[in-house]
Write a protein that binds this ligand. Structure first.
Ligand code: HEC
Length: 107
């Protein structure tokens, strides 16, 4: 039982906690360097000046939930193309939670 609990996925654990502040999503997105490869044009978030656009994430939440998004960022779940995400998450658990919930809200 205990081993099962400990073995349960990192993403599930962090996402089980209380809802994070959606308002912090954009600042975490920028601080974690997501704008090197992604814009969120619907929210006025542009690509970094020296970035290369891989994908606009304006409507990511219409197709995927926060669990999938967090899994992709942790490279535990394959992205839409069936690949591992280009950049592995190095930030905090709290920031990942904020980011996944915010991206899920983008419909
Ligand atoms: C070095 C470039 C790069 C960086 C930095 C990057 N990504 Fe990505 N990301 C990609 C690529 C490439 C894809 C796959 C796009 C595709 O399927 O065409 C992707 C896909 C995704 C997807 C899944 C959508 C899909 O099409 O599969 C999400 C969600 C995502 N990124 C979020 C983020 C977040 C949040 C950050 C910041 C923590 C981030 N990315 C940083 C390159 C990057």
């Amino acid at each position: 039982m205990l081993t099962k609990l400990i073995g349960s996925s990192f993403a599930a654990l962090i996402l089980a906690a209380a809802p994070a502040a959606l308002a912090d999503g954009p600042s975490v997105f920028k601080a974690e360097g997501c704008t090197e490869c992604h814009s969120v044009s619907a929210k006025g978030i542009k690509l970094n000046a020296d970035g290369t656009l891989e994908k606009d994430l304006s409507h990511i939440g219409a197709k995927h939930d926060k669990k999938w998004i967090a899994g992709v960022l942790l490279q535990k779940v394959d992205n839409e193309k069936g690949d591992k995400h280009k950049k592995k998450w190095r930030g905090s658990k709290d920031d990942l939670k904020v980011l996944a919930e915010w991206l899920e809200s983008l419909k």
